[in-house]
Design a protein. Structure first.
Length: 259
């Protein structure tokens, strides 16, 4: 049986791990509200508009997060329906919410959980708080994005759920996906689930959407890594899963190298 998520767990974790943003925003709104009556009429209107916009932005982002992480079927991993891999790699960036779900969904499969979190490169305070609240599962393998410690073709299913965007440097990201292609079996698939830098996520998170990458950027990364997008699935308007395979010529080269 798959683990049960607590009511509101997703949005509460967002607030818990990013509380400093909400405190700063809240202080700004309180200060603006306190001084608004002392401003000249034209500035008062602008300040009132900013106050309303700021408050609305916070509310919308939390409501969307609640919808995505607590009310949608995101954690049911429906894009894996009908798929029966025997060996699965689930790779995260320091916060693993899905390995237990995947193992429950594929009880007969061998699951390897890997974590590419590097405290020297990934300095976001939110990830540090998440790791303290949710330590990596027992047996999690610490890996480098540029050199995965697994043999060629070791896995039939590779999953990167809301993690690959943490690799901020393009060449490192391309190298990472080349490595995913290398460790994937010829008949395997890679599943990459992400928010996109698009209008839906801008409407939900305003400037926060800049932390995500556009679909064009992802497709360029996959192409340069020798991967082909077989299919895209929208879990919600805010979440996209890319289903990838290795390009046939890359498979041929791997087979040739092994002879």
């Amino acid at each position: 049986m798959a683990p049960t998520r607590k009511p509101g767990q997703g949005v509460l974790n967002i607030v818990r791990f990013n509380w400093h943003f909400y405190v700063i925003a809240g202080i700004g709104l309180v200060i603006t509200a306190g001084f608004i009556n002392y401003l000249p009429a034209p500035l008062r209107h602008w300040a009132l508009g900013g106050l309303l916009l700021g408050g609305l932005t916070m509310i919308v982002s939390l409501v969307v997060s609640w919808y995505v992480y607590d009310r949608s079927d995101l954690y049911q991993l429906r894009w894996l329906a009908g798929y029966t891999p025997r060996r699965i790699l689930n790779i995260n960036a320091g916060f693993d919410e899905t390995s237990a779900i995947i193992q429950a969904q594929f009880p007969q499969a061998t699951l390897t959980s890997a974590d590419f979190y590097n405290p020297e490169h990934h300095t976001e305070i939110s990830i540090q708080r998440a790791r303290r609240a949710y330590p990596p599962p027992t047996g999690t393998v610490s890996v480098s994005t540029q050199n995965l410690p697994f043999p060629d073709g070791a896995f039939e299913g590779v999953l990167a759920i809301l993690s690959a965007h943490e690799i901020r440097e393009e060449q490192e990201r391309i190298c990472f996906f080349r490595e995913l292609g290398r460790v994937m079996a010829p008949n395997g698939q890679i599943f990459v689930t992400e928010h996109l830098r698009d209008w839906f996520n801008f409407a939900a998170y305003t400037v926060g959407f800049l932390h995500f990458y556009s679909e064009t950027t992802w497709r360029r990364t996959f192409e340069r890594a020798g991967l082909v997008v077989q299919k895209t699935i929208k879990t919600t308007p805010f979440i996209t899963t890319f289903i990838l395979r290795v390009e046939p010529k890359q498979i041929s080269q791997k087979h040739g190298d092994s002879l």
